[in-house]
Design a protein around this ligand. Structure first.
Ligand code: PAF
Length: 255
């Protein structure tokens, strides 16, 4: 497995890659959800490229960015074990030579759900994914359904800009108790971790969105939204964990 930090060095390597390239973009702190993306890419492509880059432009909250978990050594071990051939660890100045003057902005769906609560978040996501697609030049790129709004916006961006990449959705991986895997789960207090599965359980509740939101609030979750759109119910909640809060998102097929 080759680890590359410089984009110039990567361009030279990319030129010599034959066959299909699968790409798994991440911000690190890899868990079994990422492993599922990597495994599918390894199974479907000749070469799998993993990027680990904590993208500052998608954080609208500086504290959230500062506290984003970093487990690089473990991430690299996992990637190697799963058969990744290339890991990219780019730096800010190479990803943003323009200082983020140029952006990819979607003007409708990105302003709803998570976008309504995290202004600018999806502009940061779409901009970095566009850059990474241009750098990696993958045939297929893998995204988890846990971030369903992100997945939809990226798929639509690929269509809108005629990008030559297949966006492959991968089902959400859950703990046995139903909690969707997320890098943020590591920051849950023990008490919050015990309570967190109530969130996904209530998203599956047949009552209407308002009733579910009310019940989550009664159970101590701070609810950003519970909203059914396009056949899915989306939710986001914040859980107080002593010194800090942890935000959880999830979505399920609406019955
Ligand atoms: O889902 C993520 O980890 C990030 O939003 C992504 C797609 C790697 C862009 O920074």
């Amino acid at each position: 497995m080759k680890i590359t930090k410089s984009l110039q060095a990567w361009r030279d390597l990319r030129r010599d890659i034959d066959g299909s390239v699968g790409f798994v973009p991440t911000m690190g702190a890899l868990h079994a959800g990422h492993a599922a993306l990597i495994e599918q890419s390894v199974a479907e492509n000749d070469v799998t490229v993993l990027s680990i880059y904590v993208n500052p432009t998608q954080f609208n909250n500086a504290e959230d960015l500062d506290n984003y978990p970093c487990t690089l050594e473990a991430d690299l071990q996992l990637a190697k074990r799963l058969g990744v051939q290339h890991v990219l660890l780019p730096r800010y100045r190479e990803i943003y030579p323009d200082g983020f003057r140029y952006r990819v902005e979607e003007t409708e769906f990105s302003n709803t759900l998570c976008g309504a609560h995290r202004p600018g978040h999806f502009t940061g996501v779409l901009t970095v994914v566009m850059k990474l697609f241009n750098i990696v030049r993958p045939h297929r790129a893998y995204f988890g359904e846990k971030d369903f709004q992100q997945l939809t916006l990226i798929r639509d961006m690929v269509d809108a800009f005629f990008l030559d990449v297949d966006v492959i959705p991968v089902a959400t991986v859950r703990e046995e108790d139903g909690l969707a895997l997320s890098s943020r789960n590591a920051r849950l207090s023990q008490a919050a971790r015990r309570k967190a599965p109530e969130f996904s359980r209530l998203l599956n509740d047949p009552r209407d969105d308002q009733s579910v939101a009310r019940e989550l609030t009664e159970r101590g979750f701070a609810v950003d939204y519970v909203e059914t759109k396009n056949g899915r119910r989306f939710g986001a909640v914040t859980m107080p964990c002593g010194t800090h809060d942890v935000r959880l998102i999830d979505n399920v097929a609406a019955g």
